[in-house]
Every structure is written in structure tokens, then in C-alpha cells.
Ligand binder design. Sequence first.
Ligand code: 1BN
Ligand code: ZN
Length: 323
Amino acid sequence: MKMTLLYMVLAALMTACGSTGTSTTTEATSDTTATTTTASRAQFNGDAAYELTRQQCDFGPRVPATSAHAKCADWLIATLKTSCDTVILQTGTVQTATQGALGIKNIIGIINPDASQRLLLLAHWDTRPWADNDPDPANHKRPVLGANDGASGVGVLLQLAQQLKAEGTTLGIDILLVDAEDMGENDNEDSWGLGTQYWAAHPHVPGYKPLFGILLDMVGSGDATFSREYYSMQYASGIVDLVWRLAAGSHFKDVQGGAVTDDHIFINRAGIPCIDIIDLRSDSDTGFCPEWHTVDDTMPHISASTLGEVGQTLLNVIADLEQ
Ligand code: 1BN
Ligand code: ZN
């Protein structure tokens, strides 16, 4: 009885304080006994990631060249400065498919700038100017709030940076928040991911060469299914294998998914292997969740639990690379 109580107190203390160590799982099957050792860290805080997602939405749609976009950029920089060693604001001009020249802001948070082993984590922070997939055509010219398509990936990365600051890491981590991902038009691949294309042509460090990259896009829905996205498999199947092996929770599915023209394409073209963790729906006409590019891409569809699973997966990957 005494021992049980002591064990419970120790376990509760470890959960409360957070722990970094290794855990060993032994699974007995009918004819083999498999032992997997995985590095583990403190639990990722999905509630805090939810709050950081909501705070972005409070600015309104973050459409490039609007005041909400400018205010959110300032907030992202200030927030990253609380957790990263260095924060860079990269400004530039890109050509959009339909709106002419556009000023963009890519924001880069750097953890452990001198570490040679680096991981690139990215998400787009802008939101689409047009809800052109909305069931009501009257909404097609209204902007998307982007709780999922924009804020969710950024929310996970901002919280990850906070936890890495609190817990420490030996790895170099580069958090790249890219602008102007979502101004593209159908059948025009290069009209998407404009901020990433700019960064790929002007990396924040000349000759930048991380181990690999992981893109988060639409990672907040309570109904998310993260299948193995097609281009991620074409360019970097070994990284997909690693991430899906370390994936936390029930939203990661070990199935092949469709192809998405997303920011990871341009990172791969720049010679950095990069995968996309993206919510793909094989049962929908668009291939995405029902709120995609509608005015209903709002916080009620966001789940702290899903954000938590994605963040935990990244913590697991980081712990694995540190070993
Ligand atoms: C992802 C989220 N994307 C846009 N919002 C990329 C995309 C590009 C999706 C083309 C579908 C078609
Ligand atoms: Zn989008």
C-alpha cells in the first residue's frame, strides 16, 4: 500500500513537472516479443496551442496587405521573441496570380542558432482573401478566418517553441512562419506558397541545410485525418515513415493520401526534404474538411486534443533526433 502511494505521488510529480527521458514499451505477440524504446519529453500542451490559435483569429482574417495582417505579424514576432534565441522578419515582394505585386512578411524563430543538426518546422500564417469554396456564392468574395487553414499550424509551432525553451533541446530548431500561401488559383501550381517560394530563393542563412522539414497545414480539426500525403511520399518517404512511427494519438492514419500543392513542394525543390502533415479527407469532393476555404473555418471546429497530438508528435520527433 505504502509503495503504491509513493509510486502514485512520484508519477504525479513527474507529470506535473514534466519529464525528459526514455520509455520502453514491450509488446508480446503470438510468436514474438517486440521491444521499442522511444525517447519521451513532457506532454505537449494542446490547450495552450488552442489559445495561441484563438489569439490569431482575434485579429480577424490575416489577409496580406490588411491592417489585421500587419498587427498579427507584430504579435507573432513578439510572441516568438519570448521563446526563441533570434527572430528574423524577412520582407519581400512577390507577384500574385490575380492581385499584382504584393509585399510579404516571413517570420523566422531560431532556437540554438549554433547547433549544426537542425530541424525546419513551418506553417503559413496568412489567410485566404476569398472563401471561394463556401456553399453560399454570396460569401465567395469574403475572406476566410483561417482558424484551421493558417492559425492551427502556427498555434502548434508557437507552443512548441515555448516548451522547448522551458525544457531545453540540443537540436537547432528553425520555425518558419510563411506568408502568402493561400492566394493561389486552381491549375496554377506556382500561384500558391508565394512566401515559401520567396524564402527558398532567399534563405535566412546562406547555404541553409537542415536535416529535413515538416510543414503543418490544417492540423486543428476535431475530425482530422492525417494520411501520408502523396508529394511527401514522393520526395521524402523515409521522413514520413519516421514521423508516422512516432505519431501520437488517433488522427494519424497509416494510409496513402492525395497530393496537395502546398508549401513543402517549394522546400523540396530547394533541396531540403520536407513533408506535409495535413488533414486530408478521402470522402469529400475537395479532399479537405468541409470548412476548407469557407467562412465557417472558425474556432468551434478546432480541437485542443488534435492540436495536442500534432504537437506531441513533433516533440517525439525532436526527442528521437536528440538521441
Ligand atoms: C492548403 C490549404 N492549400 C490551400 N489551403 C494548398 C492547396 C493548393 C490546396 C491547391 C488545394 C489546391
Ligand atoms: Zn487554404
